[in-house]
Design a protein around this ligand. Structure first.
Ligand SMILES: CC(C)(COP(=O)(O)OP(=O)(O)OC[C@H]1O[C@@H](n2cnc3c(N)ncnc32)[C@H](O)[C@@H]1OP(=O)(O)O)[C@@H](O)C(=O)NCCC(=O)NCCS
Length: 128
């Protein structure tokens, strides 16, 4: 499973691929991972707050509803565990991701200037 995830992550993030061992470390550190052949999401719940660490959909499967479905899955898990807020960071120039998050109820709450190799990170939050 982690090898498939490594390949899918490389396809989604060719400039910053994570290895199977990176995913194993994330699991060991308490993150949850949901992955299928075409999509993955990694999140972490700490007390009543959660963070989406990463999400990706294979380019051939984008626009098919996988990404919003994964966000719903994460939200349901966070709610079940008593979480009330989900946070995430997204590169300011990542229009598809920002559109996805905005359509699914995330709002901008801050900016980390030049966080990603010179590009700002937008900090977003959703209250459940
Ligand atoms: C972000 C990602 C998971 C979204 O998956 P997806 O299947 O495209 O998601 P959706 O189709 O549900 O939503 C994306 C929205 O962005 C829009 N969009 C797509 N490409 C766009 C572009 N270049 N500019 C602006 N909007 C764009 C889509 O039209 C869609 O909006 P719509 O539902 O109103 O049509 C996917 O693009 C991906 O894996 N990207 C690479 C990894 C990544 O950047 N992850 C997020 C890191 S924070």
């Amino acid at each position: 499973m982690l090898d498939t995830l490594e390949n899918l992550h490389r396809t989604c993030f060719p400039h910053k691929p994570w290895t199977a061992s990176d995913f194993a470390d994330l699991k060991k550190s308490g993150c949850d991972i949901m992955a299928s052949q075409n999509g993955f999401v990694v999140w972490r719940v700490v007390a009543d707050e959660a963070e989406i660490i990463t999400i990706g959909v294979h380019p051939d499967a984008r626009g098919t509803g996988i990404a919003p479905a994964m966000l719903t899955l994460v939200e349901n898990d966070v709610k079940k565990r008593g979480g009330t807020k989900i946070f995430l960071e997204v590169a300011a120039d990542n229009q598809p991701a920002r559109a996805l998050y905005e359509k699914n109820g995330y709002v901008n709450i801050g900016v980390r200037p030049k966080y990603y190799d010179g590009t700002d990170a937008i900090l977003m939050e959703k209250t459940l």
